[in-house]
Every structure is written in C-alpha cells, then in structure tokens.
Design a protein around this ligand. Structure first.
Ligand SMILES: Nc1nc2c(ncn2[C@@H]2O[C@H](COP(=O)(O)OP(=O)(O)OP(=O)(O)O)[C@@H](O)[C@H]2O)c(=O)[nH]1
Ligand SMILES: [Mg+2]
Ligand SMILES: [Zn+2]
Length: 398
C-alpha cells in the first residue's frame, strides 16, 4: 500500500468548497393538523411539508390513501415505506392503463399515493407525486427508451475508484446525466489507499468537472469522511452511481457506520466488479439522511440531454459564446474561440474530443428518438385508419 495513512490531510483537500446545497430545504413549518408531515417514519424517508402540499394536491380516486416512498423496486413489484411501515406494492390497473411510457411508472425515490390493503402488508399505488429530480439513462435495447434510475435525489455521488476503474471520460458522461437530472453532482474518487498520487488525480478530474466538488476517500482506511459531512444533512437524499466494483456499497456501509449492503471483491486482472448490488434501494441512515444504492453500470448510455451536456462542458460553452459565428461547430470555422483555446493550450485536447463525441452521440440519440416517435405515430394513424374502415364497412353492411 502506498501512502495510505499519511495521505489523510491531503484527502481532506478538495477542489471546491461545498457551499449551499439545499440550505433552503428545511424551512419546514409543519402544519400541526397534518399528522403525516410530522410522522417520524415518513420524515426518516425524507418527507417534508413540501411533499405534504404535493400530496394534498394530488388526485385521490378513493378514500384511505396515504403518502409513501418507493424504497426498492423489483421488476413490477415495489417496496414502499409509509407512516404505517413497509408494504409490498403494485400499481393499480388504472395507473397501468394510463401510463404513457415506462418513465411514468414509479421509480426508487418517488413519493406515491398508496392504498394499504386492510390486514395485509400489501398496498396499491394510485399515483406518483411530481418529481423534483430524475436521473435518466437510455435503457439497453434497440428501441430508444428512457429508464429512470432514481428520483428525488438531492445529491448524486459519482463514484470512480482510484485503481483500474479510474477514467475521466467516464466521469464526464455521468456528469452530463447528473446535470440533466437536476440533482447536484459530487465526484467521489474512492479507494484512495490504492493510489500513489491522489492530488494530481483530483486536479485532473476537477478540470473536467467545472463547478463540481471532487473528493478522494478511502472507506477501508476511514479517510476523507470529514469533507463529506456537509452533504449528509437530515432529510436529504443522496444517491451513489458508478461502475460495478467502484465501492458504492462499501461507501454506504462506511457512512452508515454498519454493514447495510453486501460487498464483494473485484476481479484481480482488470479491477472490474462482480455486479454485487442487483437492485436500487433507499436506506434511511442514522444521521437523518437517506442513501440510494444502485447496481453498477457497464456503460452509461445517455438519454438526449442538451442542457446536461452544456453544463458538463460549461467552460467550452463559455468559450463558444465568443466564436465569430453563432452556429460555429468549432471545427474549421474562422474566428473560432474554442479552436483558439486549443491552439494556445488553455483547452485540453482530450476534453475537446470528449465534448465533440458526447455532442455527436446526443444528436444521434435525438434523431433515433424522433424517428421512433414518428414510426409510433404512423402505426397509430394506421391502426386508427383501419378502425375507421372497419366501422365504415360495418355501417355499410347494416
Ligand atoms: N482498497 C480499497 N478497497 C475498497 C474500498 N472501497 C471498496 N473497496 C473494495 O472494492 C470492492 C467492491 O466494493 P463494492 O462496495 O461491492 O462495490 P460496488 O460499487 O457496490 O459494486 P456493485 O454492487 O457491483 O455495483 C470490495 O472488495 C471492497 O472491499 C477502499 O476504499 N479501498
Ligand atoms: Mg454494490
Ligand atoms: Zn467555434
């Protein structure tokens, strides 16, 4: 092991001071008449008076409905936490019928309108409260379809390990998705005990993550916890994301102060993980914050996200504002500020390449989505046409 213990003060250093994440949130003035708003079980899951207002405003087709949070998801089954405890839940038939796309279904982190079934630990979900944030990726498969990874995440820990997993380009992709999601990204470089030169890694990542705090930690050696404390505020939901084996579940156990999730060693040859965590799950932790553990991803397929891309490459977007042509593609155009910055070395070549590559990928993705939407519309029109003909024929027969 290289400079493990002695790295301690270094680890506390960070690229940027975390400042006002969610400072505004707990101006909760609890309505004394509202039992749910002050319910300790719900509050441990992140419930606040803002959610209470949304719940009060939500449509309620039947009586006896209560607020609950989706704490885990297994295909079509959910586990939800309500004031009355945990329930296994499914969506109602009407919900299923009315859902226009996969992303309308509840996801881990959602607050839902639920109906506990009398005398059972089962419940029916009738609605989902409006999401504050939603982390979305493109689902695996040939048809472009969005998959909601998690919702109502205040802070997203983008976890990348300082061994074979370390990859700045990978972090950039996660940042695009994080900015698009609405949650505040933080990069956590884990397994600092395995790295000889933590400080230069932090600096390298920081230059590819404008405006994003970057911290190095070692759960195994209990290093770097201090720097994370400002994020771990009561009522906050923090999700971890990253490759399998990056140390997400280990991080959760470390911050929880006890073994909540199973962890497993990585493959010796390439440091890849074994996909130990298999479903997304929320854990209310002792400090009053809530952590969402997620399965490691092989690859993060981005969902169309113009604003996330612009945010993740903010310094290039800022340069682009002074290009001579407004529609400059930063290739061979005259007066291109981006190309100038590349020439004088203020902009890194890899960073530029990654900016262009991500942009192309998102454009391709947008085209695909468009053509699928058009195809879906055409076949719907066709079905409609066939139905109209059927009706006409049957009328003619009459
Ligand atoms: N040296 C070192 N190893 C660590 C550290 N954190 C985690 N590990 C090891 O990395 C391996 C993978 O850790 P996990 O926490 O299971 O990784 P994960 O990201 O949850 O992986 P998936 O659940 O597969 O997505 C385990 O053997 C951990 O002991 C660390 O700070 N230092
Ligand atoms: Mg895990
Ligand atoms: Zn340009």
């Amino acid at each position: 092991m290289p400079n493990g213990h002695s790295a301690s003060p270094d680890l506390e250093q960070q690229s940027e001071q975390p400042t006002n994440f969610g400072e505004c949130r707990d101006a909760d003035n609890i309505n004394a008449g509202n039992a749910a708003a002050s319910d300790p079980t719900l509050r441990a899951l992140g419930w606040s008076s803002q959610w209470q207002h949304l719940f009060d405003a939500a449509p309620k087709p039947i009586g006896g409905l209560v607020p609950a949070r989706v704490t885990a998801q297994f295909t079509n089954q959910y586990r939800i936490g309500a004031g009355e405890g945990e329930f296994s839940a499914e969506v109602s038939g009407k919900f299923q019928f009315q859902a226009a796309s996969r992303s309308d279904f509840p996801a881990v982190g959602d607050w839902v309108v639920a109906q506990p079934l009398p005398g059972e630990r089962r419940a029916v979900i009738h609605g989902v409260l409006p999401r504050r944030t939603a982390m979305i990726r493109r689902a695996a498969g040939s048809v472009p379809e969005e998959q909601v990874i998690g919702t109502n995440i205040d802070i997203l820990f983008i976890v990348n390990a300082l061994n074979g997993d370390y990859n700045v380009r990978k972090i950039e992709r996660y940042l695009v998705a994080a900015w698009e999601s609405g949650s505040a990204p933080i990069v956590l470089l884990t397994k600092a005990d395995l790295c000889e030169d933590v400080q230069s890694r932090i600096a390298e990542v920081a230059s590819a993550a404008p405006g994003v705090p970057v911290h190095a930690v070692s759960a195994i050696e209990d290093q770097g916890r201090q720097a994370l404390l400002p994020y771990l505020q009561p009522g906050r939901t923090i999700a971890v994301t990253g490759s399998s084996g990056a140390g997400k579940s280990t991080l959760l156990n470390w911050l929880a102060g006890e073994e909540r999730q199973t962890v497993q060693g990585v493959r010796e040859d390439d440091a890849r993980g074994r996909h130990t965590t298999t479903h997304r799950e929320l854990f209310p932790l002792p400090g009053g914050f809530i952590m969402m553990d997620t399965p490691g991803m092989r690859e993060l397929q981005l969902w169309e996200s113009e604003s996330g891309w612009q945010e993740a490459f903010a310094e290039i977007e800022a340069l682009a504002a002074s290009c001579r042509f407004r529609d400059c593609r930063h290739e061979a155009e005259l007066g291109c500020a981006v190309k100038n910055a590349l020439r004088d070395g203020t902009l890194d070549e890899h960073r530029y390449a990654s900016y262009k590559k991500t942009g192309r990928e998102l454009a391709r993705q947008a085209r695909k989505e468009k053509s699928v939407t058009m195809r879906a519309k055409k076949s719907a029109d066709k079905r409609q046409g066939a139905r109209t003909n059927d009706v006409r024929r049957s009328m003619e027969q009459d």
